[in-house]
Design a protein around this ligand. Structure first.
Ligand code: ZN
Length: 481
């Protein structure tokens, strides 16, 4: 009994300590560093290897003078404007001069007619598995993998991608480190582990690891939170709620086979409709939504029947499933997969055959998305390749095969932000993203040129993005040297 009392009082002290620490936190991981002044007290980020500003300046106001604005919605630039950023918010946009508040420390950027646009958004990103090999990602040291992901996150931000939606991977710690200012990186909308079935896409177990005992020991990928196997509605509910508990802003399931997974043929259906519905109910109870990996018409149709709100890829869809996606107002998260991604799989391998079958459908899928006016979002799905990640902007620019340059830029800013907004109150960041307008969050790029006239400017961010701001902080500024 005495032991129990001692234990309970120890718990009480611990809880008290935790709540004190939390109330003293200026800007916790859940708030996304909304308070600029508070966040700037944290260790400064050191972006761009010295070629850029050494640290985010500790100022409350930034005034951009003489910018032409691409606002993330309209397909053209404005005439010259002045823009005042206060803290992390775009406070004023004006064609007249903006008075500098008395007694405020103001950073003035004379942009000389350059283009001010919203930070780019990639809604199909895997922050934890860009740099490692598959073997390193699964079996390698978790600390190393997190540090490599941190370095890549800084590069991602300096490519002008100020927000990513992570659709599978243990990115919660990375997100916390970024939001607290420990390292520089984009905002992350995390899904946590991708949830799959036995033998589904994301089940990377060896056959020697079978059979699994339900409720028994977890496999390595489950232990590190990369993907979770669930084979009944009840198991799905547990896994979904575990991701939500860790701060997932949306839930990702694999509704059909995948290219890189060793034991999942492309044509198979994995989850039953009841299992998918269990995920949808759990996510909706939490105010958010489910997105699924799905290639085939059958996987797409079953997911939509279960209430899924977003389809990833959809590369093997047909006219009927395209019509269904459009009529239900479901999002299609599409990626212009570059051809060299097929080449990474050896000729003659099962994965190569799957890659060719699936990715040759990319062009037709874009045609269907346009034909049926599907709500289409942009992502890259770069995996296991730092070199390909460096071409993130070039992958975006490759969309001009199907869209005008202005449409491409709207998709990667204002439109992508609408998809992110489906996270509702589970969004980690309060405020509007993807647009330049009064009251929106100050995630901004200053482009040396007009990206609507020359979309290829986004292919070379280190040269052409002369200033990068996220949450009101300047992470790169090559103008004021
Ligand atoms: Zn993916």
């Amino acid at each position: 009994m005495r032991d129990e009392v001692r234990f309970l009082s120890a718990v009480a002290v611990l809880l008290l300590f935790i709540s004190c620490a939390r109330s003293g936190e200026p800007s916790g991981p859940g708030t996304g560093g909304a308070g600029t002044e508070a966040a700037s007290a944290l260790p400064p980020a050191s972006p761009d290897g010295g070629s850029a500003a050494a640290a985010a300046p500790r100022v409350a106001f930034t005034l951009f003078r003489n910018v032409r604005i691409f606002d993330g919605k309209a397909g053209k630039l404005t005439d010259l404007r002045n823009v005042m950023v206060h803290g992390n918010i775009i406070e004023r946009v004006s064609s007249g001069s903006l008075p500098i508040p008395a007694d405020a420390k103001v950073t003035v950027i004379d942009a000389g007619g350059r283009t001010l646009m919203p930070g780019l958004i990639d809604v199909h990103w895997h922050a934890m598995v860009i740099r490692p090999t598959p073997a390193q990602a699964i079996a390698g040291d978790v600390g190393y993998n997190n540090i490599a992901a941190g370095a890549e996150a800084t590069d991602t931000l300096l490519r002008g991608f100020t927000t990513v939606r992570d659709v599978g991977g243990p990115a919660f710690g990375l997100k916390q480190a970024i939001d607290e200012g420990v390292i520089a990186g984009p905002r992350i909308f995390p899904s946590g582990a991708m949830i799959t079935t036995t033998s589904g896409h994301g089940d990377f177990r060896q056959l020697s690891e079978l059979p699994r005992t339900v409720g028994g020991t977890l496999s390595r990928v489950e232990q590190i939170g990369a993907s979770m196997v669930a084979d009944s509605p009840d198991e799905v509910r547990v896994r979904v709620r575990e991701q939500l508990m860790q701060g997932a802003s949306q839930i990702k399931l694999a509704a059909g086979g995948g290219v890189s997974s060793p034991h999942s043929p492309i044509d198979v259906l994995t989850f039953t409709e009841a299992e998918l519905r269990a995920a949808v109910e759990s996510a909706e109870n939490w105010g958010t939504y489910v997105t699924v990996h799905a290639f085939t018409p059958a996987a797409i149709q079953r997911a939509i029947a279960a209430g899924v709100r977003c389809i990833e890829h959809g590369f093997l869809m047909d006219e009927a499933s395209a019509k269904l996606i459009a009529s239900k107002g479901v999002w299609l998260s599409l990626q212009p997969i570059p051809e060299e991604l097929i080449q990474v799989y050896p000729v003659g391998s099962v994965e190569r055959a799957k890659a060719e079958e699936v990715w040759l459908g990319v062009a037709r899928t874009y045609e269907l998305a346009k034909k049926y006016k599907i709500k289409t979002a942009f992502g890259t799905d770069v995996l296991f390749s730092q070199a390909l990640a460096q071409r993130q902007g070039a992958i975006l620019a490759s969309l001009v095969r199907w869209y005008g340059p202005a449409e491409v830029l709207v998709m990667a800013t204002g439109t992508n932000a609408q998809l992110l907004a489906m996270s509702g109150k589970r969004s980690p960041y309060s405020g509007k993203l993807g647009v330049v307008e009064e009251g929106a969050l100050a995630d901004l790029l200053l482009v040396d040129g007009n990206p609507i006239a020359d979309i290829r400017l986004v292919e070379n961010p280190s040269k052409n993005f002369v200033l990068i701001m996220k949450d009101g902080k300047i992470y790169k500024n090559t103008l004021s040297r």
